[in-house]
Design a protein around this ligand. Structure first.
Ligand code: NDP
Ligand code: OXD
Length: 312
């Protein structure tokens, strides 16, 4: 059998490492680096991240679309995407580890009063603050999928009082479960640190807004490592300035890169991270894509196919 023909269309990602990794994962793979597609009729698979709209709609023999990322909102914004072609998202233990590291790091940062100690250092102040037990800190995780559930487990392992919110009810050891729109407010009311790990869909867009963030306990922290579209950006600064929220770690933004003049860059209670909470690793991810292509060519079911109707 001829090696597969894969269109690589990730214009915002450095391609060198990916070309090397995809070639190592499938020696002889026929890689077409967009926009150099060659004969479009030969392309069977596409590997995409923020691909320009329309470029997948005129590939007559395209069989599967692979997303470089776990989230697929960047793919689904293209309204010309052929409906019948399966879309596969990235599920990779390496990505999960990266997200767990990031979320645990920021939760511990807030839990151990680091923003206050850093402010005290700037003021030359030596003062010990009360040290809460992890069990006295309530962490709420929006989204209990591959990433949210792993973060919930890791935080429960530290002894935090962890709750999670998902679309369908979950029963994770050591994690208080909330589900559905009707339980959102009860979930928010008990989250001292709120972590967003939801997919961006029509149902979740703008879910972090004045009303929901006001429902958090006074002095709560926000960690958004999901998508910029979850946060109504104009609603955040007034809540921070009024002291209702104590701080926010933002890894994702409505516009990326975050524009130079954006107020988030300089706000003293906001930590800006350049969409780097969990980067897809070319080596491990390429092997996962290659294994899925192999499965497809053998006529076996693909892993991690997105439910287009749900949007994730
Ligand atoms: P999953 O699809 O595995 O999990 C999604 C979770 O969100 C599920 O628990 C799901 O509920 C829940 N959910 C979806 N819609 C709703 C809703 N309307 N109401 C309540 N809960 C809902 O996704 P992953 O964990 O793999 O990834 C989550 C997101 O993280 C990605 O979509 C991406 O946007 C972001 N991400 C960010 C990265 C970064 O570096 N910043 C890196 C990787 C991902 P249920 O279980 O009931 O279906
Ligand atoms: C992803 C991301 O979705 O990196 O994987 O944002």
């Amino acid at each position: 059998m001829k090696p597969p023909v894969l269109l690589y269309a990730c214009p915002t990602v450095d391609q060198e490492d990916w070309v090397a990794a995809l070639t190592a994962a499938w020696p002889g793979i026929d890689l077409r680096l967009w926009p150099a597609t060659g004969d479009k009729a030969e392309i069977e698979y596409a590997f995409v991240w923020k691909q320009p709209a329309g470029i997948l709609s005129d590939l007559p023999n395209l069989k599967v679309i692979f997303s470089l990322g776990a989230g697929v909102d960047h793919v689904l914004t293209d309204t010309t995407l052929p409906d019948h072609i399966p879309l596969v998202r990235m599920v990779d233990p390496t990505l999960v580890t990266g997200m767990v590291e990031f979320v645990v790091m920021r939760v511990l940062h807030y839990h151990r009063c680091m923003p206050d100690y850093e402010a005290q250092q700037r003021a030359g102040m030596w003062k010990q603050l009360p040290q809460l037990l992890p069990s006295e800190r309530r962490v709420g995780i929006l989204g209990l999928g591959e990433l949210g559930a792993a973060c919930a487990r890791a935080l429960a392992g530290f002894g935090f009082d962890v709750a999670g919110w998902s679309r369908t009810a979950k029963d994770l050891p050591g994690v208080r479960g909330f589900a559905g729109a009707e339980q959102l407010d009860a979930f928010l009311a008990q989250a001292d640190i709120l972590v967003c790990l939801l997919p961006l869909t029509d149902q979740t867009r703008g879910i972090l807004n004045r009303r929901t963030l006001s429902a958090l306990p006074k002095g709560a922290y926000l960690i958004n490592a999901a998508r910029g579209g979850h946060l109504v950006e104009d609603d955040l600064v007034p809540l921070l300035d009024a002291g209702h929220l104590a701080g926010a770690t933002l890894d994702v933004f409505a516009v990326e890169p975050l524009p130079a003049a954006h107020p988030f860059w300089t706000h003293p209670k906001i930590t800006v991270v350049p969409h780097a909470a969990a980067l897809t690793h070319p080596g491990t991810a390429s092997r996962i894509v290659a294994a899925n292509i192999d499965r497809h060519r053998r006529g076996e079911p693909l892993h991690n196919v997105v439910d287009r109707a749900r949007g994730y």
